[in-house]
Design a protein around this ligand. Structure first.
Ligand code: FES
Ligand SMILES: [Fe+2]
Length: 399
Protein backbone atom coordinates (compact mmCIF):
# COMPACT_ATOMS: atom_id res chain seq x y z
CA UNK A 1 0.00 0.00 0.00
CA UNK A 2 2.93 2.34 0.69
CA UNK A 3 3.91 2.01 -2.94
CA UNK A 4 0.48 3.29 -3.86
CA UNK A 5 0.75 6.27 -1.56
CA UNK A 6 4.10 7.27 -3.06
CA UNK A 7 2.78 6.80 -6.58
CA UNK A 8 0.03 9.30 -5.89
CA UNK A 9 2.64 11.92 -4.92
CA UNK A 10 0.94 13.11 -1.78
CA UNK A 11 2.91 16.09 -0.45
CA UNK A 12 4.66 15.48 2.90
CA UNK A 13 3.40 18.65 4.49
CA UNK A 14 -0.27 18.55 3.58
CA UNK A 15 -2.79 19.92 6.05
CA UNK A 16 -4.60 16.92 7.49
CA UNK A 17 -7.61 18.84 8.70
CA UNK A 18 -10.83 18.65 6.77
CA UNK A 19 -13.55 21.26 6.62
CA UNK A 20 -14.53 22.72 9.98
CA UNK A 21 -17.71 21.47 11.66
CA UNK A 22 -19.72 24.65 10.97
CA UNK A 23 -19.67 23.90 7.23
CA UNK A 24 -21.89 20.88 7.92
CA UNK A 25 -24.78 22.76 9.52
CA UNK A 26 -24.81 26.36 8.24
CA UNK A 27 -28.02 27.24 6.43
CA UNK A 28 -26.39 30.24 4.77
CA UNK A 29 -23.57 28.08 3.44
CA UNK A 30 -26.07 25.55 2.10
CA UNK A 31 -27.65 28.28 -0.05
CA UNK A 32 -24.23 29.11 -1.51
CA UNK A 33 -23.55 25.42 -2.09
CA UNK A 34 -26.84 24.94 -3.92
CA UNK A 35 -25.97 27.75 -6.29
CA UNK A 36 -22.24 27.46 -6.84
CA UNK A 37 -21.48 23.81 -6.06
CA UNK A 38 -24.61 22.16 -7.46
CA UNK A 39 -26.42 24.33 -10.02
CA UNK A 40 -23.18 25.52 -11.62
CA UNK A 41 -21.62 22.05 -11.95
CA UNK A 42 -22.59 19.16 -14.19
CA UNK A 43 -25.00 16.69 -12.63
CA UNK A 44 -25.83 13.21 -13.84
CA UNK A 45 -29.56 13.08 -14.55
CA UNK A 46 -29.91 9.55 -15.88
CA UNK A 47 -28.72 7.18 -18.60
CA UNK A 48 -29.90 7.35 -22.20
CA UNK A 49 -31.69 4.02 -21.70
CA UNK A 50 -33.92 5.54 -19.00
CA UNK A 51 -35.63 7.54 -21.77
CA UNK A 52 -35.19 5.22 -24.79
CA UNK A 53 -38.14 6.15 -27.03
CA UNK A 54 -39.42 9.42 -28.52
CA UNK A 55 -41.79 11.01 -26.01
CA UNK A 56 -40.18 9.34 -22.98
CA UNK A 57 -39.39 11.73 -20.15
CA UNK A 58 -37.98 11.76 -16.66
CA UNK A 59 -38.01 14.48 -14.02
CA UNK A 60 -35.47 15.31 -11.37
CA UNK A 61 -36.18 17.70 -8.49
CA UNK A 62 -32.96 18.78 -6.81
CA UNK A 63 -31.48 21.83 -5.03
CA UNK A 64 -34.61 23.90 -5.55
CA UNK A 65 -34.76 23.19 -9.29
CA UNK A 66 -37.03 20.94 -11.33
CA UNK A 67 -35.49 19.36 -14.42
CA UNK A 68 -37.36 17.63 -17.22
CA UNK A 69 -35.32 15.30 -19.46
CA UNK A 70 -37.19 14.48 -22.64
CA UNK A 71 -36.59 12.58 -25.86
CA UNK A 72 -38.23 14.46 -28.73
CA UNK A 73 -39.91 12.98 -31.85
CA UNK A 74 -36.57 12.94 -33.67
CA UNK A 75 -34.87 10.97 -30.91
CA UNK A 76 -32.90 13.94 -29.59
CA UNK A 77 -32.53 14.35 -25.84
CA UNK A 78 -33.46 17.72 -24.39
CA UNK A 79 -33.56 19.17 -20.89
CA UNK A 80 -35.84 21.93 -19.67
CA UNK A 81 -36.87 23.51 -16.42
CA UNK A 82 -40.12 21.77 -15.52
CA UNK A 83 -41.76 25.15 -15.04
CA UNK A 84 -44.76 26.38 -17.01
CA UNK A 85 -44.27 29.86 -18.45
CA UNK A 86 -47.79 30.83 -17.40
CA UNK A 87 -47.86 30.50 -13.59
CA UNK A 88 -44.91 28.20 -12.93
CA UNK A 89 -46.73 24.90 -12.43
CA UNK A 90 -44.96 21.66 -13.16
CA UNK A 91 -45.59 20.95 -16.82
CA UNK A 92 -45.05 17.27 -16.12
CA UNK A 93 -46.22 15.89 -12.79
CA UNK A 94 -44.81 12.35 -12.83
CA UNK A 95 -41.25 11.22 -12.21
CA UNK A 96 -41.24 9.25 -15.43
CA UNK A 97 -43.57 8.73 -18.33
CA UNK A 98 -44.35 9.12 -21.99
CA UNK A 99 -46.08 11.92 -23.82
CA UNK A 100 -47.38 11.69 -27.36
CA UNK A 101 -46.35 14.77 -29.26
CA UNK A 102 -46.96 17.57 -26.79
CA UNK A 103 -46.80 18.46 -23.12
CA UNK A 104 -49.98 19.83 -21.57
CA UNK A 105 -49.62 21.80 -18.35
CA UNK A 106 -52.02 20.34 -15.76
CA UNK A 107 -52.89 23.77 -14.28
CA UNK A 108 -54.60 25.72 -17.11
CA UNK A 109 -53.69 23.63 -20.12
CA UNK A 110 -50.93 25.52 -21.92
CA UNK A 111 -49.46 23.20 -24.54
CA UNK A 112 -45.76 22.85 -25.38
CA UNK A 113 -44.07 21.11 -28.30
CA UNK A 114 -41.41 18.51 -27.51
CA UNK A 115 -38.72 20.98 -28.59
CA UNK A 116 -39.94 23.19 -25.73
CA UNK A 117 -41.59 25.88 -27.85
CA UNK A 118 -45.06 26.99 -26.85
CA UNK A 119 -47.74 25.47 -29.05
CA UNK A 120 -50.46 27.54 -27.52
CA UNK A 121 -52.16 28.88 -24.43
CA UNK A 122 -55.60 27.76 -23.37
CA UNK A 123 -58.17 30.45 -24.37
CA UNK A 124 -55.47 32.32 -26.33
CA UNK A 125 -57.64 35.35 -27.01
CA UNK A 126 -57.45 36.21 -23.30
CA UNK A 127 -53.74 37.08 -23.85
CA UNK A 128 -51.86 39.36 -26.22
CA UNK A 129 -50.08 37.39 -28.97
CA UNK A 130 -47.53 35.06 -27.29
CA UNK A 131 -44.15 34.47 -28.92
CA UNK A 132 -43.60 30.69 -29.20
CA UNK A 133 -39.91 30.93 -28.36
CA UNK A 134 -40.09 33.56 -25.68
CA UNK A 135 -42.83 31.65 -23.88
CA UNK A 136 -41.21 28.28 -24.52
CA UNK A 137 -39.84 26.07 -21.75
CA UNK A 138 -36.47 27.26 -20.46
CA UNK A 139 -33.63 25.04 -21.63
CA UNK A 140 -31.07 23.40 -19.38
CA UNK A 141 -27.59 22.47 -20.69
CA UNK A 142 -27.47 18.77 -21.53
CA UNK A 143 -24.61 16.57 -22.68
CA UNK A 144 -24.47 12.80 -23.13
CA UNK A 145 -21.17 11.11 -22.29
CA UNK A 146 -20.74 7.34 -22.80
CA UNK A 147 -24.47 6.87 -22.27
CA UNK A 148 -24.74 9.02 -19.14
CA UNK A 149 -26.92 12.13 -19.40
CA UNK A 150 -25.43 15.18 -17.70
CA UNK A 151 -27.29 18.44 -17.09
CA UNK A 152 -26.24 21.82 -15.73
CA UNK A 153 -28.76 24.29 -14.34
CA UNK A 154 -26.49 27.34 -14.66
CA UNK A 155 -23.30 28.05 -16.58
CA UNK A 156 -20.28 27.32 -14.41
CA UNK A 157 -16.53 26.91 -14.25
CA UNK A 158 -16.34 23.39 -15.69
CA UNK A 159 -15.63 22.76 -19.39
CA UNK A 160 -17.85 20.49 -21.49
CA UNK A 161 -18.50 17.04 -20.02
CA UNK A 162 -16.45 15.47 -22.83
CA UNK A 163 -13.47 17.61 -21.93
CA UNK A 164 -13.93 17.25 -18.19
CA UNK A 165 -14.19 13.46 -18.40
CA UNK A 166 -11.41 12.99 -20.94
CA UNK A 167 -9.05 11.32 -18.41
CA UNK A 168 -11.64 8.56 -17.87
CA UNK A 169 -12.72 8.10 -21.45
CA UNK A 170 -10.29 5.42 -22.65
CA UNK A 171 -10.79 3.17 -19.63
CA UNK A 172 -14.56 3.50 -19.37
CA UNK A 173 -15.05 3.09 -23.12
CA UNK A 174 -14.17 -0.60 -22.80
CA UNK A 175 -17.44 -1.16 -20.96
CA UNK A 176 -19.63 0.06 -23.79
CA UNK A 177 -21.85 1.79 -21.23
CA UNK A 178 -23.71 3.68 -23.95
CA UNK A 179 -25.36 0.42 -25.04
CA UNK A 180 -26.40 -0.70 -21.56
CA UNK A 181 -30.00 -0.94 -20.32
CA UNK A 182 -31.53 -0.19 -16.91
CA UNK A 183 -31.93 -2.84 -14.24
CA UNK A 184 -34.56 -1.21 -12.05
CA UNK A 185 -34.65 2.46 -13.00
CA UNK A 186 -33.57 5.39 -10.88
CA UNK A 187 -33.53 4.76 -7.12
CA UNK A 188 -33.68 7.38 -4.36
CA UNK A 189 -33.30 7.32 -0.57
CA UNK A 190 -33.02 10.04 2.01
CA UNK A 191 -30.42 10.05 4.76
CA UNK A 192 -30.43 12.26 7.88
CA UNK A 193 -26.99 13.81 7.35
CA UNK A 194 -25.32 16.71 5.58
CA UNK A 195 -24.45 15.84 1.98
CA UNK A 196 -20.74 16.34 2.60
CA UNK A 197 -20.71 13.61 5.23
CA UNK A 198 -21.92 11.22 2.52
CA UNK A 199 -19.18 12.32 0.15
CA UNK A 200 -16.48 12.30 2.85
CA UNK A 201 -17.15 8.63 3.54
CA UNK A 202 -17.23 7.78 -0.14
CA UNK A 203 -13.99 9.63 -0.86
CA UNK A 204 -11.68 7.34 1.07
CA UNK A 205 -11.02 3.64 1.27
CA UNK A 206 -9.19 3.78 4.61
CA UNK A 207 -12.41 2.56 6.26
CA UNK A 208 -12.88 -0.45 3.97
CA UNK A 209 -10.79 -2.90 6.01
CA UNK A 210 -12.73 -2.15 9.19
CA UNK A 211 -16.22 -1.24 8.07
CA UNK A 212 -16.86 -3.26 4.88
CA UNK A 213 -16.15 -6.93 5.57
CA UNK A 214 -17.45 -8.13 2.19
CA UNK A 215 -15.56 -5.52 0.17
CA UNK A 216 -12.41 -6.18 2.17
CA UNK A 217 -12.80 -9.89 1.48
CA UNK A 218 -13.16 -9.15 -2.23
CA UNK A 219 -10.43 -6.53 -2.59
CA UNK A 220 -7.84 -7.54 0.01
CA UNK A 221 -4.96 -5.09 -0.40
CA UNK A 222 -5.61 -4.40 -4.09
CA UNK A 223 -7.71 -1.29 -3.41
CA UNK A 224 -6.35 2.23 -3.85
CA UNK A 225 -7.78 5.74 -4.16
CA UNK A 226 -6.46 8.51 -6.36
CA UNK A 227 -7.11 12.06 -5.10
CA UNK A 228 -9.29 14.69 -6.77
CA UNK A 229 -7.43 16.46 -9.57
CA UNK A 230 -9.30 18.95 -11.76
CA UNK A 231 -12.63 17.68 -10.52
CA UNK A 232 -12.01 13.96 -10.95
CA UNK A 233 -10.84 11.13 -8.73
CA UNK A 234 -10.64 7.40 -9.24
CA UNK A 235 -10.57 4.31 -7.04
CA UNK A 236 -9.54 0.91 -8.27
CA UNK A 237 -9.57 -2.65 -6.91
CA UNK A 238 -9.51 -6.18 -8.26
CA UNK A 239 -10.73 -9.46 -6.79
CA UNK A 240 -7.82 -10.60 -4.65
CA UNK A 241 -6.61 -14.20 -5.02
CA UNK A 242 -7.69 -15.13 -1.46
CA UNK A 243 -11.22 -13.72 -1.73
CA UNK A 244 -14.08 -15.90 -0.58
CA UNK A 245 -14.42 -16.05 3.19
CA UNK A 246 -17.91 -14.59 2.91
CA UNK A 247 -20.75 -16.36 1.14
CA UNK A 248 -21.58 -13.71 -1.46
CA UNK A 249 -17.93 -12.99 -2.23
CA UNK A 250 -17.06 -16.68 -2.52
CA UNK A 251 -19.96 -17.25 -4.92
CA UNK A 252 -19.16 -14.08 -6.88
CA UNK A 253 -15.48 -14.82 -7.53
CA UNK A 254 -16.22 -18.45 -8.38
CA UNK A 255 -19.26 -17.90 -10.58
CA UNK A 256 -18.42 -14.64 -12.37
CA UNK A 257 -17.70 -15.54 -16.00
CA UNK A 258 -14.43 -14.52 -17.64
CA UNK A 259 -15.11 -10.95 -18.78
CA UNK A 260 -13.66 -11.48 -22.25
CA UNK A 261 -15.22 -8.23 -23.50
CA UNK A 262 -12.71 -6.33 -21.35
CA UNK A 263 -8.92 -5.99 -21.58
CA UNK A 264 -6.98 -8.36 -19.31
CA UNK A 265 -6.30 -5.82 -16.55
CA UNK A 266 -9.99 -4.90 -16.17
CA UNK A 267 -11.51 -8.39 -16.15
CA UNK A 268 -11.60 -8.61 -12.38
CA UNK A 269 -11.70 -4.90 -11.59
CA UNK A 270 -14.18 -2.74 -9.72
CA UNK A 271 -13.55 0.91 -10.57
CA UNK A 272 -15.10 4.07 -9.16
CA UNK A 273 -14.84 7.27 -11.21
CA UNK A 274 -15.54 10.24 -8.95
CA UNK A 275 -16.82 13.52 -10.37
CA UNK A 276 -16.78 16.76 -8.36
CA UNK A 277 -18.90 17.73 -6.54
CA UNK A 278 -21.19 14.80 -5.79
CA UNK A 279 -21.22 11.85 -8.16
CA UNK A 280 -19.60 8.53 -8.97
CA UNK A 281 -19.80 6.31 -12.02
CA UNK A 282 -18.78 2.79 -10.98
CA UNK A 283 -18.18 -0.31 -13.05
CA UNK A 284 -17.78 -3.99 -12.39
CA UNK A 285 -17.23 -6.50 -15.22
CA UNK A 286 -20.99 -7.09 -15.42
CA UNK A 287 -22.60 -3.70 -14.73
CA UNK A 288 -22.26 0.05 -14.54
CA UNK A 289 -23.95 2.43 -12.15
CA UNK A 290 -24.03 6.04 -11.11
CA UNK A 291 -24.79 7.41 -7.69
CA UNK A 292 -24.86 10.93 -6.29
CA UNK A 293 -26.17 13.00 -3.41
CA UNK A 294 -28.06 16.28 -3.21
CA UNK A 295 -28.73 18.37 -0.11
CA UNK A 296 -32.38 18.62 0.96
CA UNK A 297 -31.56 20.59 4.13
CA UNK A 298 -28.31 21.00 6.06
CA UNK A 299 -29.13 17.75 7.86
CA UNK A 300 -30.93 15.77 5.18
CA UNK A 301 -29.63 14.38 1.90
CA UNK A 302 -31.18 12.78 -1.14
CA UNK A 303 -29.21 9.75 -2.36
CA UNK A 304 -29.95 8.87 -5.98
CA UNK A 305 -28.61 6.51 -8.62
CA UNK A 306 -29.20 3.88 -11.26
CA UNK A 307 -27.68 0.50 -12.20
CA UNK A 308 -27.27 -0.64 -15.83
CA UNK A 309 -26.44 -3.98 -17.45
CA UNK A 310 -25.50 -5.39 -20.80
CA UNK A 311 -28.60 -5.82 -22.97
CA UNK A 312 -27.50 -9.30 -24.06
CA UNK A 313 -26.17 -10.50 -20.69
CA UNK A 314 -25.70 -14.24 -20.23
CA UNK A 315 -27.18 -16.19 -17.32
CA UNK A 316 -23.75 -16.31 -15.71
CA UNK A 317 -23.33 -12.53 -16.08
CA UNK A 318 -26.77 -12.03 -14.59
CA UNK A 319 -25.94 -14.17 -11.58
CA UNK A 320 -22.60 -12.39 -11.12
CA UNK A 321 -24.38 -9.04 -11.35
CA UNK A 322 -26.83 -10.12 -8.66
CA UNK A 323 -24.01 -11.23 -6.35
CA UNK A 324 -22.06 -8.01 -6.99
CA UNK A 325 -25.24 -6.06 -6.23
CA UNK A 326 -25.56 -7.86 -2.87
CA UNK A 327 -21.99 -6.96 -1.92
CA UNK A 328 -22.57 -3.38 -3.02
CA UNK A 329 -25.90 -3.12 -1.19
CA UNK A 330 -24.32 -4.27 2.10
CA UNK A 331 -21.51 -1.79 1.55
CA UNK A 332 -23.91 1.08 0.96
CA UNK A 333 -25.89 0.42 4.12
CA UNK A 334 -22.64 0.20 6.09
CA UNK A 335 -21.63 3.56 4.61
CA UNK A 336 -24.96 5.15 5.56
CA UNK A 337 -24.26 4.26 9.20
CA UNK A 338 -20.74 5.71 9.00
CA UNK A 339 -22.03 8.97 7.53
CA UNK A 340 -24.46 9.31 10.44
CA UNK A 341 -21.76 8.81 13.07
CA UNK A 342 -19.43 11.24 11.36
CA UNK A 343 -22.11 13.85 10.80
CA UNK A 344 -23.30 13.78 14.42
CA UNK A 345 -19.88 14.95 15.58
CA UNK A 346 -20.11 18.19 13.64
CA UNK A 347 -22.34 19.89 16.19
CA UNK A 348 -20.32 18.76 19.21
CA UNK A 349 -18.12 21.35 20.92
CA UNK A 350 -15.71 18.51 21.70
CA UNK A 351 -15.04 17.71 18.05
CA UNK A 352 -12.02 19.55 16.71
CA UNK A 353 -12.19 18.46 13.08
CA UNK A 354 -10.71 15.61 11.09
CA UNK A 355 -7.11 14.47 11.30
CA UNK A 356 -6.65 12.61 8.04
CA UNK A 357 -4.44 9.69 7.01
CA UNK A 358 -2.49 9.69 3.75
CA UNK A 359 -5.10 7.13 2.72
CA UNK A 360 -7.76 9.83 3.13
CA UNK A 361 -6.08 12.33 0.85
CA UNK A 362 -9.14 12.09 -1.40
CA UNK A 363 -11.25 13.70 1.36
CA UNK A 364 -8.78 16.55 1.64
CA UNK A 365 -8.63 17.16 -2.11
CA UNK A 366 -12.42 17.16 -2.36
CA UNK A 367 -12.54 19.75 0.42
CA UNK A 368 -9.88 21.77 -1.41
CA UNK A 369 -12.12 21.78 -4.47
CA UNK A 370 -15.01 23.02 -2.31
CA UNK A 371 -12.83 25.74 -0.79
CA UNK A 372 -11.85 26.86 -4.28
CA UNK A 373 -15.53 27.29 -5.18
CA UNK A 374 -16.58 28.77 -1.82
CA UNK A 375 -13.57 30.31 -0.05
CA UNK A 376 -15.60 31.00 3.09
CA UNK A 377 -15.08 27.29 3.88
CA UNK A 378 -11.44 28.13 4.64
CA UNK A 379 -12.48 29.83 7.87
CA UNK A 380 -12.13 27.70 10.99
CA UNK A 381 -14.74 29.74 12.81
CA UNK A 382 -18.18 30.28 11.34
CA UNK A 383 -19.03 33.88 10.38
CA UNK A 384 -22.44 35.04 11.61
CA UNK A 385 -25.06 33.35 9.47
CA UNK A 386 -26.20 36.61 7.91
CA UNK A 387 -22.59 37.41 6.91
CA UNK A 388 -21.63 34.10 5.26
CA UNK A 389 -22.46 35.19 1.71
CA UNK A 390 -20.76 38.58 2.04
CA UNK A 391 -17.63 37.11 3.63
CA UNK A 392 -17.48 34.52 0.87
CA UNK A 393 -17.78 37.22 -1.79
CA UNK A 394 -15.00 39.23 -0.15
CA UNK A 395 -12.68 36.22 0.05
CA UNK A 396 -13.49 35.29 -3.55
CA UNK A 397 -12.32 38.66 -4.85
CA UNK A 398 -9.01 38.23 -2.99
CA UNK A 399 -8.27 34.74 -4.32
S1 FES B 1 -49.47 27.29 -14.91
FE1 FES B 1 -49.32 26.10 -16.68
S2 FES B 1 -51.07 26.56 -17.79
FE2 FES B 1 -51.22 27.85 -16.07
FE1 LIG C 1 -17.53 2.86 2.31
Amino acid sequence: MNETIRDLSIPNDWDRRGLPGWCYHSEALLELEKQHVFREHWQIACHVSDVPEPGNYLTMDVVGERALILRDQHGELRAFHNICRHRGSRVVADEKGTCRNALVCPFHGWVYNLDGTLRGAARPRSFPALDKQEFGLIRIDLEVWLGFVFIRFRPGPQPSVAELMKPFEAELSHYNTGEMVPTEGIWTHTSPVNWKSVRDVDNEGYHVAMAHPALQDLYGSTYYDEPFVKGLCRSFATFNPHAGRRWSVDKYVRLAPEASHLPEDLRKAWIYFGIFPNAVIAVTPESAQFYQEFPLTTGKTLLRGGIYRYADESRAQRLARYLAFRIDRDTQSEDVQLTKWSNEAMTSKAFHGFYLSDLEYGVRTHHDHLRAVLPVMRLDEAPDEQDVAAVNARLATKS
